[in-house]
Design a protein around this ligand. Structure first.
Ligand code: PLP
Length: 398
């Protein structure tokens, strides 16, 4: 009999979206005449811009003739895309090199796979509430997790406790689920903490494109010292509408080096390169053509038209809550709006309350950690008309 990875027994059942669907289905079967509005989805809905589509069509055509046909490409991504990403960072005043960029099928895979590079006995620090991937991938590897509280007192932006040591720290900013985004000073403090502790920051920047406040950093590498202590994960999923097309990228600086127990210097860039070339065979040429277009000035302008639409939805939601005197987080530099459930309701009770009385579906905060127990997430990825209608119903309700 094979001995199984029994760490899987320690995973909590991932029932959040299944349970939401189950409750919505039961409600709509009992009330077929009611129109349900879904503001719970963490997925984009607008089509991909024409520049990206055009380039993907070119990629398809290239496969049709022997002169331009592509087989396996470089596991790390084609140079044209790695260079386009370097240029994009340069336009945001961050300097990285092409061989620090690793193209992949998405940030979910990379944030999970990165655990391959670390030994068992590390102090892993993860904020609560959080994107569940960081937690579950460490549990699958049998690692213990130390949680740090994100709550209303710290505006859902926990800061380092210099009296406590950590080896590996996960940060997501702008944050899913809370929408909160760190400023320079706050991220500098995290970088300083990581350098002090000889630790590494695993920085998820999937929502950088939603930052409108120009004073906020869009990359951890905008912070001095970060190249010695951080890896950045990013994705075209929310930026360019690639959730179904699949393309992400991870920046692993060459300056990121630690010493082994036997005193050998180990480069994380070299290790990730080895990991990816061993276990991954690269992203489709067709998709990389589309991705490179997204990083061009014209392509990015098209991406921002879609992002602007979501941002306007976010403002409608945020204004609707503000009008009712409900304190919310996010909604400005993020597609997510996070707020305390009314009358201190538990998040699942509030979910049922909104579904039954306003036919609006959101996401209960409890699905993201204990600090989400009394919070609720609405997203701006719906259509305009429905978003307005949902906020109108909420306005009538309270
Ligand atoms: C959506 C999202 C991603 C992107 O994942 P992909 O695999 O690239 O689609 C990464 N991190 C967070 C926190 C997200 O919400």
């Amino acid at each position: 009999m094979p001995k199984l990875n029994e760490n899987y027994l320690n995973l909590k059942e991932s029932y959040l979206f299944a349970e939401i669907n189950h409750r919505v289905k039961a409600y709509s079967e009992a009330h077929p005449e009611k129109k349900i509005i879904r503001l719970g989805i963490g997925d984009v809905t607008l089509p991909i811009g024409s520049k990206m589509i055009e380039q993907m069509h070119e990629g398809v055509d290239a496969m049709a003739s022997s002169e331009t046909f592509k087989g396996y490409g470089p596991e790390q991504g084609y140079d044209f895309l790695r260079n386009a990403i370097v240029d994009y960072y340069a336009r945001n005043n961050v300097s990285i090199e092409a061989d620090e960029v690793f193209v992949s099928d998405g940030a979910k895979s990379d944030t999970g796979n990165i655990t391959d590079l670390f030994a068992q006995d590390n102090v892993i620090m993860i904020p609560d509430p959080v994107y569940p991937v960081y937690v579950d991938t460490n549990i699958m590897n049998g690692r213990n997790i130390t949680y740090i509280d994100a709550n209303a007192e710290n505006n859902f932006l926990p800061m380092p406790d210099h009296s406590k040591h950590a080896d590996i720290i996960y940060i997501c900013s702008p944050n899913n689920p809370t929408g909160a985004a760190y400023n320079y000073e706050q991220l500098k403090e995290w970088v300083d903490y990581a350098l002090e502790n000889d630790a590494i920051l695993l920085y998820d920047s999937a929502y950088e494109c939603f930052i409108t406040d120009e004073s906020l950093p869009r990359s951890i590498f905008a912070i001095e010292g970060a190249k010695k202590c951080a890896i950045e994960f990013c994705s075209l999923s929310k930026t360019a509408g690639f959730t179904g097309t699949r393309c992400g990228y991870t920046i692993v600086p060459k300056a990121l080096k630690f010493v082994s127990s036997k005193g050998i210097e180990m480069s994380l860039n070299a290790m990730w390169n080895r990991r990816q070339t061993t276990k991954f065979n690269g992203v489709s040429y067709i998709v990389q053509k589309g991705a490179a277009a997204a990083f061009s000035v014209e392509g990015m302008a098209q991406c921002h038209e879609n992002i602007k639409y979501y941002q306007e939805n976010a403002k409608i939601i945020a204004d609707g809550l503000a009008k009712k005197g409900i304190r919310y987080f996010g909604g400005v530099n993020s597609p997510y709006i996070w707020f305390e459930c009314l009358n201190s309701m538990d998040s699942w009770d509030f979910f049922d309350y909104l579904l039954n009385n306003a036919q609006v579906v959101g996401t209960p905060g409890a699905g993201f950690g204990k600090n989400g127990q009394k919070y609720f997430r609405l997203t701006s990825f719906g259509n305009r008309e429905n978003t307005i209608e949902a906020m109108h119903r909420i306005d009538q309700l309270f």
